[in-house]
Design a protein around this ligand. Structure first.
Ligand code: PEP
Length: 250
């Protein structure tokens, strides 16, 4: 089954409002002729509204870097799905390894955030990851599959078909050390098989699975040639319009 590729830029804690708007204004003309790929920019919370505004009428969709599951209330520092919808956010990155490692994000929290986002009409990009230690112990597939099964708990097969998963080995994030195409494919394939096991083959055939970890213009083509890699979640290289557009145009 042909899945529509999705390339998302995770800006992390980079770019002021002015810098973010400048970046998407540079990027928009470079990706104006891209028809067959979903292009997503994920700014920081403060820049979301202005960037979403600047992306109107362009090929760039906007994603947030987190969302809370409750609609409102005493949750200091959090943002609701309604607040994101109000400014035109269509995607949200959830369960990134940095959220898990530095801010105590749990599988259960990722699941609650993903279900709330989906219910509000925001597509979750659900991240899963393994550390170098887990990779070297050889248990990385079990580890990642467990994260994904927990994140998808309570979704129906039809809903799962519309989600996006990002496999991001921690040892490849921001290190310049991209996983080999074989390593990316091995885990993305295992994730798809796990989805098939729980939700059936048609959900597994439809769900889009990205690879993330030091993706660059030079590595994207071979990654995208892997049968189970449907896109990329890009950190560092998404901060430069020329690099990100080259990745989008793999
Ligand atoms: C990320 O953190 O989502 C990421 C993939 O970062 P980088 O591309 O910089 O490794």
């Amino acid at each position: 089954m042909a899945r529509r590729p999705i390339i998302a830029g995770n800006w992390k804690m980079n770019n002021t409002i002015a810098e973010g708007v400048k970046l998407v204004k540079e990027l928009a003309p470079l990706v104006a002729d891209v028809e067959a790929v979903d292009v997503v920019a994920c700014p920081t919370a403060t820049a979301l509204a202005a960037v979403a505004d600047a992306c109107k009428g362009t090929k760039i969709h906007v994603g947030a870097q987190n969302v809370h599951w409750e609609p409102k209330g005493a949750f200091t520092g959090e943002i609701s799905t309604g607040m994101l919808k109000e400014i035109g956010v269509e995607y949200v990155v959830l369960g990134h390894s940095e959220r898990r490692d530095y801010f105590g994000e749990t599988d259960e929290g990722v699941n609650k955030r993903a279900r709330a986002a989906y219910a509000a009409g925001i597509t979750p990009i659900i991240c899963c990851c393994e550390s170098l230690e887990i990779r070297e112990a050889g248990t990385y597939i079990d580890h990642v599959v467990k994260q994904i099964k927990a994140a998808l708990d309570g979704f129906s097969a039809d809903e799962v078909a519309k989600l996006v998963i990002a496999y991001e080995p921690i040892w490849a994030i921001g290190t310049g050390k991209t996983a080999t195409f074989e390593q990316a494919e091995e885990v993305c394939k295992a994730i798809r098989e796990a989805v098939a096991e729980v939700f059936g083959q048609s959900a597994a055939d439809a769900i889009r699975i990205q690879y993330g970890g030091s993706v660059k213009p030079a590595t994207i083509k071979d990654l995208m040639a892997q049968p189970n890699v449907d896109g990329a979640l890009v950190g560092g290289a998404s901060l430069k319009a020329a690099d990100f557009s080259a990745i989008v145009k793999f």
